[in-house]
Structure formats: C-alpha cells, structure tokens
Ligand binder design. Structure first.
Ligand code: ZN
Length: 282
C-alpha cells in the first residue's frame, strides 16, 4: 500500500495510490495518517478497503505522507563508496545524528538555501518509517517495527556541518532540508529493502546513482542499533545514508544555487522534485 497526503500546505487529505497510480481519498475512512495509523492493525484495516470505492483526487500537491514525526534520525557515511568520496574512514559503528523536525518538507516543495549558505548539498536516502515502539530490539525483530519506507533528500550544508565546530547537526536541520515522500510504501511492498536502486539529478544531470545493496549497516541493523540508544516511536523517521555522488565529492565541489532543480527517486518508492530558492526571511 502506498499512503499519501495531498492538498495545500496544512490542509492535506489522507489517501492511497490505486492500481492505476491515481490518488484515492481516505478522508472518509480516517482522520489522517499519523502515528496511530502506522500500527499493523490500522494498516491492515486500510489495506482491506477496495480503492475503487473511494473518490479520486486529481492534480493535488503531495505533502509529507504522514504526520506526527517525533524525531528524524539519520545515519552518516553508511555507504562505503560515499565515505571514500567524503575522505572519511568507514565507521566501525553507525554514525547517528538528528535532523530537526522543522526541516521536514513536502517532496516537491522548494528547498530554501539557509542564511549565508554557500555549500548546500544533496543526498538521496532510503527513509525508514517506524510503526510500533522499538526499545532495544534485536536485529532479527527490528523490521517488525517498521511501518514502511519512503524517499528522503537529506539536504546538507557542508560548511555548517563540517567547518563550524561541534556535531553535524547545524548543517542538517535547516528549514526545508528534509523533503520526504511522495509515498509511504508499507513494508509488505518492500520485501527486501537492501536491493533498491536510487538516483538523484541536478538540473537533469545524473549526480547520484546507487543501490541500498551497498549499505554498510543494513536497515535491520540500523533500527536495532538506534533502538539501544533511544526509544523509536510510531511516526519516527530514519534516513539511512546516501550513496556516492554528492556535491562535496566533486573536484572542485559543486553546490546548489538558487534556480537549480533536484529530482530524485528510489525504486518502488516514487520520485521527488525540488526547486532551490534563495534565502528569504519568513
Ligand atoms: Zn545523509
């Protein structure tokens, strides 16, 4: 099942994608798609509906496909070839950092360059959406706590991240830096999260091309590992790292400027498109 929220910002309706790729309105069935809807029983109830009986919604903007994201956890340097291009050693344990929830952004809404940013970069990533509370779970049990998967662009300001002292978080949590969606694809439709092709273009030029097959720490390991340090709750999002081809890895580096357009996708999880816009006070 592919769950969506469509409509104007703040007024999105819940929906699902039918067999023909159309959005079907779930607003008569559920109030929204939030943490309560991500539990197995609630998902099973939606999966039992006949989409043909639901109204079609056409031509609407996609929002983040669920609400109630309590935290956004991200894994650094989780692809061996990306660690190499970043000039950093392969981590012995997963690198964990947080992205502010205020960085959440709809999949096709603009990405805004932060104030005085000169090194804003892109990162296509597999997003893992938690469905049930996970606290110190084993690797064998980890995927049972996953509601589904989505595309995430872990937009990153490299100067803030790497040259301004402290942890990475300053360069990771800026407003609009976490485009998420267009779909939340439930786990049953992704039997093996470790063989998904992924790509990202800037202005139509292919920058990133990879596969979740080359992750250093796979999804089950990441969920289990993170759950030892903090409780994972329904609605939480984990961005699991990026393959090579980020702007920082080019010689000389290539960073985003206003007017650029990022397009990105993951096999079976849909595509995103973000125009890059200059900083504006709001
Ligand atoms: Zn990342």
């Amino acid at each position: 099942m592919k769950l969506v929220r469509v409509g104007n910002p703040g007024a999105e309706r819940p929906g699902l994608i039918d067999r023909d790729g159309r959005v079907r309105d779930l607003s008569g069935m559920v109030e929204g798609i939030g943490p309560d809807q991500l539990a197995p029983a609630a998902l099973a109830r939606l999966a039992a509906l006949d989409p043909a009986t639901l109204p079609v919604l056409e031509g609407q903007r996609h929002g983040v496909p669920w609400t109630g994201v309590g935290k956004i956890i991200a894994i650094g340097l989780n692809y061996a070839d990306h660690a190499a291009e970043a000039g950093m050693p392969l981590p012995a344990e997963p690198i964990v950092f947080l992205k502010a929830t205020t960085s959440l952004n709809a999949p096709d809404d603009a990405v805004m360059l932060p104030f005085e940013s000169v090194k804003t970069d892109w990162e296509v990533e597999l997003g893992v959406v938690i469905g049930t509370t996970a606290r110190n779970v084993s690797k064998a049990q980890a995927l049972e706590h996953v509601a589904g998967y989505c595309v995430v662009n872990d937009v990153s300001e490299r100067e803030f991240q790497l040259e301004r002292g402290g942890t990475w978080d300053k360069g990771k949590g800026c407003d609009t830096f976490c485009p998420t969606g267009p779909w939340l694809v439930t786990r049953d439709e992704v039997p093996d999260p470790q063989k998904l092709g992924m790509w990202l273009d800037v202005n139509g030029e292919r920058m990133q091309k990879g596969s979740t097959a080359t992750m250093v720490f796979d999804v089950a390991t990441v969920v289990s590992y993170v759950s030892r340090f903090m409780t994972l709750e329904p609605g939480d999002l984990i961005a699991t790292g990026t393959p090579p081809g980020v702007g920082m890895g080019f010689k000389p580096p290539r960073y985003l400027k206003a007017g650029d357009v990022m397009t990105l996708g993951i096999e079976g999880l849909g595509e995103q498109r973000q125009a890059v816009v200059a900083y504006a006070q709001r």
